[in-house]
Design a binder for this molecule. Structure first.
Ligand SMILES: [Zn+2]
Length: 159
């Protein structure tokens, strides 16, 4: 029995919703797509003019990215939340979405994108990955903490 369905999300665009109760720790689906380089994926994203807050990228720990827009499945519609009810586990270059909490039928599923972008985080880059999840703990960005963080980004006053 399918555990999730893709439909319109009140948060953003399309989202992924539970069709049944999902227990914490349950493996829900795989995040599929083409494995490629970050700069390539970002260039495609910018070229398509989709700087709308919904990316189809999943960053792998080896520095590459799964681009869910190419060969992806319904996992690409998972919206970002800074306090998500799902987490992701990387196995080799495959990624699985796991319930981080008990999820009720009809709930929207979220993951924390924790995106990392190679190169400088310009205003344009930051704007493209702005977070609008609205959670109390929202950090205002779908970008995670980069391994090499520019000093200027650590200064107080930045959201
Ligand atoms: Zn947020």
């Amino acid at each position: 029995m399918r555990s999730v369905v893709v439909r319109r999300s009140p948060v953003h665009g399309k989202g992924v919703f539970a069709l049944r109760t999902i227990k914490a720790g349950e493996r829900i689906l795989e995040y599929k797509g083409e494995v490629t380089m970050w700069d390539r994926a970002v260039k495609r994203y910018q070229r398509d003019g989709r700087a709308d807050g919904h990316t189809f990228f999943f960053g792998l720990s080896d520095g590459r990215v799964i681009d869910g827009e190419r060969g992806g499945n319904s996992a690409r519609w998972l919206n970002h939340a800074c306090v998500p009810n799902c987490e992701t586990v990387e196995e080799g270059q495959r990624v699985f979405v796991i319930a981080a909490a008990d999820i009720s039928t009809g709930d929207e599923l979220f993951i924390d994108y924790q995106l990392s972008v190679e190169g400088r985080r310009t205003e344009a880059v930051r704007a493209a990955y702005r977070c609008l999840c609205g959670a109390a703990g929202c950090r205002g960005s779908m970008l995670g903490h980069a391994r090499k963080t520019a000093r200027s980004e650590r200064q107080p006053g930045r959201r």
